[in-house]
Design a protein around this ligand. Sequence first.
Ligand SMILES: *Cc1c(COP(=O)(O)O)cnc(C)c1O
Length: 374
Amino acid sequence: MIGYGKQSIGSDDIDAVAEVLSSEFLTQGPKVGEFEETLAEYVGVKYAVASNSGTSALHLACLALGIGKGDRVWTSPLSFVASANCARMVGADVDFVDIDFSTRNMCMEKLALKLEMAKSKGNLPKAVVVVHFAGLSADMQKLKSLSIRYDFFVIEDACHALGASYQGSMVGSCEYSDCAIFSFHPVKSITSAEGGMLVTNNQSIAKKVRQFASHAIERKATPEEPWLYQQTDLGFNYRLSDIHAALGVNQLGKLKGFIKQRQRIASRYIEELNRDKVYFATSEQIEGHAFHLFVINFSSTEQRLDTYHKLVAQGIQPQVHYIPIHYQPYYRDLGFTPGDYPEVERYYQTTLSLPIFTELTEDVQSRVISIINA
Ligand SMILES: *Cc1c(COP(=O)(O)O)cnc(C)c1O
């Protein structure tokens, strides 16, 4: 079965991992720092802290920004559940801002209206988690100006967008945000098996993230107690191992090529898929797009299901990204209901994610295209 995404592992990756296995440190060694430094340099940001998943990095962001009970965090309903869950992990309330159907990113006009209303009711959010859906950057300039006007933190869930750029700078440079998060799950731009990274230009955020990722324990050696360590807060063990970091470092060296290949695959879909049959929002934009996903919309939900079955019959397993977060039973229990966010719901009715990954062959892509066009 061919899925929508898959890692690309070379013998160089295997060698890099094997080298760590026979070295002194399996964890808390030099590879983690090397991964952090190379990634920070790649995206053009001051600080990077590795963690064992994108989800733990999102949780760490909320902890480091001091978000907690009584606070509100807003995000897009079109994302992986972790974008919203991170706020719940620190006890904050979640609310959603509907998408713009044409970009699939959070709609900045709807955000502006919702903020104005929240201001009058005195329930402004403490942070907005913005998602660069499919690898296309959200409108960060607009978001930044709203964050100044209404005084909230901006957390970028950039799990789809490592290797993407926005107005000339890399996503992750944090020019318009307080911090950004990446994931290195095998379906993402590069992989470390499991793994994540938080990047920021704010030294104090970076320091807190590092503390919370390792039990909030610090060495405090004194002449009398040279062994002394102190736990100053309630932290977690969210550390990345050197084995994972070695894979990450090696993969990062190949990221530019991976993105080029994803862009090539996307360009072919855009050129060859029949626009009378399907709609894709990304038609105009290849440059700067990381193409974690290639999503299309059909003209009806029946056509979507029919095509889904036809693809599966040919050994191709498409996916749907995503079921709107507020449809999940956990969020329904919190009071959300279908109908709350009409644009994401309209999108969900007819969407399908096509295979896009570095090693996708021309043959398989041809098969996908001909099934859809038929
Ligand atoms: C993959 C992903 C995450 C979670 O990353 P993990 O490393 O799997 O924990 C969070 N948000 C988005 C948008 C993602 O795509």
